[in-house]
Design a protein around this ligand. Sequence first.
Ligand SMILES: O=C(O)c1cc(C(=O)O)c2c(n1)C(=O)C(=O)c1cc(C(=O)O)[nH]c1-2
Length: 224
Amino acid sequence: MLAAEDFIAELRALAPRYWHDHPFHLRLHAGALSREELQLWAANRWYYQRSLPQKDAAILANCPLPQVRRYWMERIVYHDGSRDGEGGAENWLRMAEAVGLDRAEVLDERHVLPGVRFAVDAYVNFARNKPWVEAIASGLTEMFSPGLMRRRLADMREQYPWIGEDGFAYFVSRLTVIAGEGKSTLDIVVEHARSREQQQACVAALAFKCDVLQAILDAVDYHS
Ligand SMILES: O=C(O)c1cc(C(=O)O)c2c(n1)C(=O)C(=O)c1cc(C(=O)O)[nH]c1-2
């Protein structure tokens, strides 16, 4: 079994596989997307956002440890909010509206592409079917995301000045929680991956999740 620091280094070594330099993201950041392409992106990313609480609920259902469940439960509340009109999913709907979509056409998922549906469903099913530590490890893409999200917020404000500030609520609020979340999630994985085989399975889970994200953008890129 690897020492914690070597295991963490192995996880971090997957950073190049993250979606920060996917061609679609590069076009998004460069201001090269049309309004219609931004709409396709927002409507498809909605399917990811709305599936996250079900993914997290699957992890809760599989985890026998109250201290982990107590912590993980917060993620469901974060996305769903405590009442109607609050939470990450609601903020994503505001992003979709800010790029010109009606809420109804996002919610009925008419723009969701088959490839996006397959990729996101694979992520939810991974959490349902795999040991909970591996499912939690698959969420460690969060270690790679704060820099990207900060850059995306700055670049989108600059490149698409017609998007109202309300549309950026999702990223503004996400950035305040994400650094801490990545750290505690990593602590859980390091503590509960108790053999070399489990450590390797966690690395494979993170690689799988990077592929899920790449597949989402591949589908959106192909259709834009
Ligand atoms: O905008 C992004 O680049 C980005 C990436 C990721 C990610 O790496 O999976 C998440 C998010 N955002 C995000 O907002 C979010 O709530 C989230 C939850 C999860 C997860 O796997 O549980 N990933 C991500």
